[in-house]
Design a protein around this ligand. Structure first.
Ligand code: ATP
Ligand code: FE2
Length: 327
């Protein structure tokens, strides 16, 4: 079976095509803001200008593999959570494709897709997933359905990093730049470490790090201190979830998962406890169409289909709302 998936909840407009066995292709047309952060309307305008050409490109590439639009069995799309205007563009494109090709439609939870694509490519059955992106920071595991065992009480870690980066004059997205700067940081300045039970918070940390920067501290040391503090918080809560749930595998998901210092901290923690750390390749960590295509296929095979009248977008869609009937 072949599934075509469309992702576009925020910055990355991306289409993926997968079978049960492999990813056939991923084609993306990301929105990169000229200045500042992501503007939902601007991003949606970008997505609506580019979705047609992007889908054409996907079908041309499929033809090189001797596959035609009629060979696609399922049209999947990310239904939420995400920015309303962006989600609506994606849902409209998916409905048009499904109707035109006369194929079933499957609306996919974006967070679920981050987790499922990781489980698939890393071949890990029952991990604690640390899902760290721009808009989300959650610790997720299965208990029947998926449950969130800990999460940010305010902003996502990626947004926190991007905010600090922007304040220090760096262009969006700030994650990779802060990572680079932190590598030549050496002096640690204490910053608010906020873990409340299994939850955590980053906005106080951002404010304090901005103050540090304003006081003339070297930018490398600000980046270093920020990363050490934020990532230690995430690692602590992930470890607590492993202990509480009595699990031995950690899976990383989301764009911030590309950060080598975060990965190092998680690996050390796992090694200390005799647990294993898993990461999908970088192209599958951040938002991408293949994760939507794969999860749509998985759901379709387990009896899911989204009728057109039920395909309205869900900007606040939570992973717990998904009824999980697969292993
Ligand atoms: P979601 O809708 O799931 O919240 P998203 O739209 O934020 O996803 P992702 O691609 O999952 O998209 O994550 C993007 C975030 O990842 C940005 O905040 C970016 O700064 C951050 N990021 C990317 N690379 C790195 C890195 N090397 N270190 C830290 N953060 C990074
Ligand atoms: Fe994402």
């Amino acid at each position: 079976m072949i599934s075509l998936g469309i992702e576009g909840t925020a910055w990355n407009l991306s289409v993926g095509v997968v079978t049960e066995k492999e990813i056939l292709l991923i084609e993306s047309d990301p929105y990169i803001p000229e200045k500042g952060g992501i503007h939902p309307r601007e991003a949606a305008q970008h997505h609506s200008d580019r979705i047609g050409p992007l889908i054409k490109r996907v079908f041309l590439k499929l033809r090189e593999k001797n596959l035609y639009p009629s060979d696609v069995d399922v049209i999947s799309f990310s239904q939420g959570p995400g920015m309303g205007p962006c989600l609506r563009v994606v849902a409209t494109a998916a409905r048009v494709l499904a109707l035109k090709l006369k194929k079933p439609l499957v609306g996919v939870n974006h967070c679920l897709a981050h987790v499922e694509v990781g489980r698939w490519v890393c071949k890990v059955k029952n991990p604690v997933t640390l899902y760290v992106s721009g808009g989300n920071s959650q610790i997720i595991a299965r208990r029947g359905n998926y449950r969130v065992f800990g999460e940010t009480l305010d902003i996502g870690i990626g947004n926190a990093i991007d905010k600090l980066a922007r304040y220090m004059g760096l262009k969006h997205p700030g994650g990779p730049k802060i990572e680079e700067l932190a590598k030549s940081g050496s002096k640690y300045y204490e910053l608010p470490y906020v873990v409340k039970g299994m939850d955590f918070s980053f906005s106080g940390l951002v404010t304090a790090a901005k103050r540090l920067y304003d006081s003339g501290i070297r930018i490398n040391d600000v980046a270093f201190s920020f990363q050490e503090t934020a990532f230690a918080m995430l690692t602590e809560v992930t470890e607590r979830a492993l202990a509480y749930l009595d699990l031995n595998d950690v899976l990383i998901a989301g764009g911030v998962g590309a950060n080598s210092r975060l990965r190092e901290m998680l690996s050390i923690m796992c090694e200390d406890r005799g647990a294993k750390f898993y990461s999908p390749p970088k192209e599958l960590l951040g938002d991408n169409g293949a994760m939507i295509a794969y999860t749509g296929l998985l759901m379709y095979k387990h009896g899911y289909e989204t009728k057109i009248e039920d395909s309205a977008v869900k900007p606040d869609f939570r992973i717990e709302e998904v009824e999980v009937n697969w292993d």
